[in-house]
Design a protein around this ligand. Structure first.
Ligand SMILES: [Zn+2]
Length: 427
């Protein structure tokens, strides 16, 4: 069968991206934090846009927005595509919003060009992924996939002391929140945003790294999203006078920490890509020029796409830290604070993406995502895939975040072709 030529209207997607970027708190770049007026405005705007393009719009109890293109074969599960609509503080236009704008454009184009699909397609604009207002991430996709059941909403608060539930209620969401008539009639999300009908999840996103730019590839076919381990490390020595304590009699917590951080960097380099390890925050106590540091606390963030390698690296690192502490007469506490499993993407979908890149004449590379994405929540539930496009200079979470219109259009056309293959071609 001859393949149809996919030429999705990139101009529509770019316009939608610009319009979304206007929903921002004042300041550089885009700031659209969960359940703020900017966020509510963007979600309402998206609902209007989706409805205007003929998609069946519904929302859920946490504020995720969905636009549905019903398939003629009603029995099958939904093919979901999208990303998140929140940003970090002073973030860019593309992180998250690109995947949403492209998905809306793709579904509209497919419906206009090819009519109704066989399988139902749905756009998701997840309410939150970044964790920039409340100290939790993936609130949107996590409620859909069952990571959260809403019980966290009363106990988690933003820096102003507003709980997640209070913020939701202020937007008309949460228990007793308003939903659309179509959602009420379908019975979705009456109390919970959990969905059991998702058969596949496809996410298009900017890379947020420099690998595509360095390898001059247009498309990244993501093989896995790295798993993460985070720890808080406390090193305790003895605080004492900086002028009167001879060097040989010191138990300097900061000098010990410095040796640990050198070991961290060296062992991560030896392990090689895609392992990355970072000590991002460090607190020295008492932190005074004339006192030997008695205590240091620091954080560790370690990522790898393979669970066994991540585990063995962390175990070896802990052993190395213990050896350094013991030799220097320091005590060491290493407390795990986060553990997420690596999320492999579906190999058949990766193969389909590579085939599409070949057919469209686009250069591509296989890669691991070091950053977390909504797709990692879906990967244990259903076949999931991620498509990356280049980020200029690898910059993201910044007003400087940029991908060219041509790069964004390439990703849109790969996404659209995959959705066509999955939803229109009889399997
Ligand atoms: Zn993102």
């Amino acid at each position: 069968m001859k393949k149809p030529v996919i030429q999705a209207p990139a101009a529509d997607m770019l316009k939608l991206l610009e319009e979304l970027a206007a929903f921002s708190a004042p300041g550089p770049g885009v700031t659209r934090l969960l359940y703020t007026p900017e966020w509510s405005g963007a979600q309402r705007f998206l609902q209007e846009q989706m409805a205007g393009l003929g998609l069946e719009v519904h929302t859920d109890s946490v504020g995720n927005v969905f636009g549905r293109l019903n398939g003629s074969q009603h029995s099958g599960s939904v093919i979901l595509t999208g990303s998140h609509i929140d940003t970090v503080v002073n973030g860019g236009k593309y992180d998250g919003a690109y995947g949403v704008a492209a998905a809306v454009t793709a579904l509209h184009y497919l419906a206009e060009t090819f009519g109704p699909p066989l399988r139902t397609l749905e756009v998701a604009a997840f309410c939150e992924e970044e964790g920039s207002r409340f100290p939790l991430t993936f609130w949107g996709s996590g409620n859909v996939t069952g990571l959260y059941d809403g019980s966290a909403a009363d106990s988690i608060a933003d820096p102003e002391g507003v709980t997640l539930m209070e913020a939701m209620n202020a937007c008309g969401l949460g228990a007793g929140g308003s939903r659309t008539a179509s959602e009420e009639s379908s019975g979705r999300g009456a109390d919970s945003a959990r969905r059991e009908d998702i058969g596949m999840y496809i996410e298009l996103h900017i890379e947020q790294g420099i690998l595509l730019e360095q390898s001059a590839a247009q498309i990244g076919v993501v093989q896995a999203i790295a798993g993460q381990r985070r720890f808080t490390v406390k090193v305790t020595g003895t605080a004492n006078h900086a002028g009167t304590t001879p060097m040989g009699l010191r138990r300097d917590a900061l000098a010990g920490t410095a040796e640990m951080l050198c070991a961290l960097e060296r062992s991560a380099a030896e392990a090689g890509a895609p392992l990355v390890a970072t000590a991002g925050r460090l607190e020295v106590i008492p932190g005074t020029p004339n006192v030997i540091p008695g205590e240091v606390q620091f954080t560790l963030d370690i990522r790898h796409s393979e669970a066994a390698r991540l585990e063995s690296f962390c175990a070896a690192l802990a052993a190395a830290f213990r050896e350094i502490a013991a030799r220097r007469g320091l005590t060491l506490e290493l407390v795990p604070t986060l553990a997420t499993a690596p999320a492999p993407m579906n190999q058949a979908l990766c193969g389909a993406l590579e085939q599409i890149c070949l057919e469209q004449g686009r250069s591509f590379r296989r890669m691991v995502s070091g950053a977390g994405h909504d797709a990692q929540l879906f990967a244990p539930e259903c076949p999931a895939a991620m498509i990356f496009v280049p980020s200029r200079a690898g910059i993201s979470h910044s007003p400087e975040e940029y991908s060219s219109p041509e790069e964004l259009a390439a990703g849109l056309n790969v996404l659209t072709a995959l959705l066509y293959k999955l939803a229109y071609e009889a399997s």
